[in-house]
Design a binder for this molecule. Structure first.
Ligand SMILES: *Cc1c(COP(=O)(O)O)cnc(C)c1O
Length: 399
């Protein structure tokens, strides 16, 4: 029996705040409490810290550096959800005035995108939800076929939060630009895991969130290419150059800056280390009884795997893993609590039986090979024990 340890393997849900991020934030929660709009020293210092963080985000994404290259393309938000809402509703409302009321997205986006699109449909917009293939990939040709005269925006996520597949973003962006359509990507799962260059990849708008990259919760950013007119989502004071009201969350913004700089500092080396853990798990369960890997084996996030174990109930699996000290997820954190299997797994064509037995394990650079080894040691016994108690499994093996 393996010695029990604590393994946090749910980094796609959220990450631990790193020590350097916390250290950088603390002064702005204590003595650095000034309002960034105030003209005295405490205000000016807060403002400078915020602009420094903005430069850190700009550099991480390949956006224009504000001040040197002109006004900023980065707007701080309360997180990934707000950035998604703002990008999609903003572009939709602006271009509706020119008669463009059609949006293209995919069936397996995060709910921050899907529910935003549903809300626009209620206002009279039309939305095309592209299917994904059995591997969880979206094909650029499908995007091209869906684009119409009245298409305002294409919104396709960079990397899926449940199954980790990474989409051909530069290719999709090029198609959008060829057709004069704006391109937004929810890159919350991608930033820090894959190298992003918004200019080279034809990205017009991009959403990101700090808490998925060892930053604090409740802060994120929207990249919006210069020249795109976005109406305000939040009206009020003149913060963020009059585009997003509310006294700035300086500590959070500083934390985001430090977190994104660290996350994007050496992506290839960190991804290579993560892939070792991921591929260890993929190999360990390759050929395991009535088990499948969900999502493309190659075009996926370096630290994320998603398996389905037939005859196992995801919730029971999570509780057993928790009992063994392992934090993981079944479907996504936002969908657990609902009885329906996740829309992402169903979009791959999985039956409800397969979808219910899903398990997502997502690593960050804080995980070690010993963590992966421990999971490989305890998970098979848990699966066998749960199956032995399952009437569903009984039926499956006697069929
Ligand atoms: C977590 C997540 C979001 C939401 O970000 P918040 O900062 O929690 O609002 C949006 N999209 C994806 C793909 C995510 O993984």
């Amino acid at each position: 029996m393996a010695e029990k340890r604590f393994v946090y393997a749910d980094n796609s849900a959220t990450t631990r705040i790193s020590d350097p991020v916390l250290e950088a934030m603390l002064p702005w929660l204590k003595e650095g409490y000034g309002n960034a709009s105030s003209i005295y020293r405490k205000g000016r210092e807060a403002c400078a810290a915020m602009e420094n963080a903005r430069n850190q985000v700009e550099r991480a994404l390949g956006a224009s550096i504000s001040k040197h290259e002109g006004p900023t393309e980065i707007y701080f938000t309360s997180g990934g959800s707000e950035a998604d809402n703002w990008a999609i509703k903003g572009v939709a409302h602006t271009l509706a005035k020119k008669g463009k009321k059609h949006i293209v997205t995919s069936v397996f986006e995060h709910h921050a995108v899907l529910h935003t699109c549903a809300s626009l449909e209620k206002e009279g917009f039309e939305v095309t939800y592209l299917p994904v293939d059995a591997m969880g990939m979206i094909h650029a040709e499908e995007v091209e076929k869906a684009i119409r005269e009245d298409t305002a925006l294409v919104s396709i996520m960079y990397a899926n939060n449940e199954i980790g597949t990474i989409q051909p973003i530069a290719e999709i962006g090029a198609i959008c630009h060829r057709h004069g359509v704006l391109f937004h990507t929810d890159a919350v799962q991608a930033v820090g895991n894959v190298e992003i260059d918004v200019k080279a990849q034809n990205i017009d708008l991009l959403s990101l969130s700090a808490h998925k990259l060892h930053g604090p919760k409740g802060v994120g950013a929207l990249y919006c290419r210069r020249g795109i007119l976005l109406p305000n989502l939040i009206d009020g004071g003149g913060q963020e150059r009059g585009h997003r009201a509310g006294t700035e969350n300086i500590a959070g913004i500083v934390g985001l800056g430090v977190a994104i700089e660290a996350a994007c500092a050496d992506i290839p080396a960190r991804a290579a280390r993560l892939k070792v853990l991921r591929d260890k798990l993929i190999r360990a369960f390759d050929g395991f009884d009535h088990t499948r890997l969900n999502g493309d084996p190659v075009h996926r996030l370096p630290g994320s795997v998603n398996f389905s174990f037939l005859g196992v109930e995801g919730e029971s699996l999570l509780l057993s893993l928790d009992g063994a000290g392992i934090s993981a997820s079944s479907g996504s954190a936002c969908t657990s609590g609902s009885l329906d299997p996740s829309h992402v797994l169903l979009s791959l064509g999985l039956t409800h039986e397969w979808a219910h037995g899903s398990l997502r394990l997502s690593f960050s650079d804080e995980n070690t090979e010993a963590d992966a080894d421990y999971i490989i040691e305890v998970l098979p016994d848990i699966i066998r024990r749960l199956r032995a108690m399952s009437p569903l499994w009984e039926r499956i093996i006697t069929e």
